[in-house]
Design a protein around this ligand. Structure first.
Ligand code: DOR
Length: 302
């Protein structure tokens, strides 16, 4: 029986476990190692109107509990995505969600319009990239700017619009309510948490961009807390992520109120992580005598 199938903001998925943007390339990079047909949805690397080469210098630093990145949205641009990548990705039976970033409200709108095609299942608005000077996180730390982006995108697409929030805010609930009021169909969180590493031999920041976004197990309790706060404050579905490695982690997010989850940093260690999280969820549901994964959502007893 189908214990894991879910529909989030109209996107039908075989499991509630997707891959987080930026941690799974465009999916195709993994096709020889993972059965892409078994992933809930592939959320592709953040895409911009024009190609970007990303930030200078070192872009990744490992820390004991997670990873710092300052990639700076390197990507081939929306034209190449649509003409070269999407047709090959569509050979697989998996919803494709495109994460988009703009420098201006208009750029987000134009990206949404370009991606308003049948082969795209939804767009995820990245208003939370910590690693670019223009746009990026600026939209996701101000409720009015976030709302303006969401409205512009909604008026330019028929696709479901997921809004990805930044943890680098003081009031995550106010932000979630703003994007919901502006028309978000779902909310995903968290993007990475701003951090810094210093090389004690060189007395220099490890990352070329000085600061970067922290991800992995280190951020999981923060992410679970934010998902719990947001899920009880909004009506739209919440997609939870931040340090999910195993089914146990994912179940925690669902009990906190997430209707679906995404595996991010763990993909770098195990390309099959999303698949094993889904398998573990199914075992757990059976063991608990439940019949469907949705029975977990928001069920934490306070
Ligand atoms: O941590 C992140 N890194 N979050 C983003 O949204 C973008 C990415 C990058 O490309 O720097």
């Amino acid at each position: 029986s189908d214990m894991l199938g879910v529909t989030i903001a109209g996107i039908k998925m075989k499991t509630p476990v997707m891959t987080a943007s930026g941690t799974f390339g465009f999916g195709l990079e993994y096709k020889d190692f993972v059965n892409l047909n078994k992933i809930g949805a592939v959320v592709v690397k953040g895409t911009t109107l024009l190609p970007r080469s990303g930030n200078q210098g070192r872009r990744i630093a490992e820390t004991p509990a997670g990873m710092l990145n300052s990639i700076g949205l390197e990507n081939p641009g929306v034209d190449e995505f649509l003409s070269e990548i999407l047709p090959r990705l569509k050979e697989y039976d998996v919803p494709v969600i495109v994460n988009i970033s703009g420098n201006t409200v208009e750029e987000y709108g134009e990206l949404a319009a370009r991606l308003n095609v049948a082969d795209v299942a939804g767009v995820e608005l990245n208003i939370s990239c910590p690693n670019v000077k223009e746009g990026g996180i600026a939209f996701g730390t101000n409720c009015d700017s976030a709302s303006a982006v969401v409205k512009q995108v909604k008026s330019n697409t028929d696709l479901p619009v997921i809004v990805k929030l930044s943890p680098n805010v003081t009031d995550i609930v106010a932000m979630a309510q703003s994007v919901e009021d502006a028309g978000a169909d779902a909310i995903s969180l968290i993007n990475t948490l701003l951090g810094m590493s210093i090389d004690i031999h060189k007395w220099r920041p490890v990352l070329g961009n000085v600061v970067g976004g922290l991800s992995g197990p280190a951020v999981k309790p923060i992410a679970v807390r934010m998902v719990w706060q947001v899920a009880r404050a909004v009506k739209v579905p919440v997609i939870g992520m931040g340090g999910i490695v195993t089914a146990v982690d994912a179940i925690e997010f669902m009990l906190a109120g997430a209707s679906a989850v995404a595996v991010g940093t763990a993909n770098f260690i195990n390309p099959c992580a999303a698949q094993s999280v889904a398998d573990g969820m199914k075992d757990y549901i059976k063991q608990r005598g439940l019949s469907h994964v949705s029975e977990l959502v928001g069920k934490v007893n306070l």
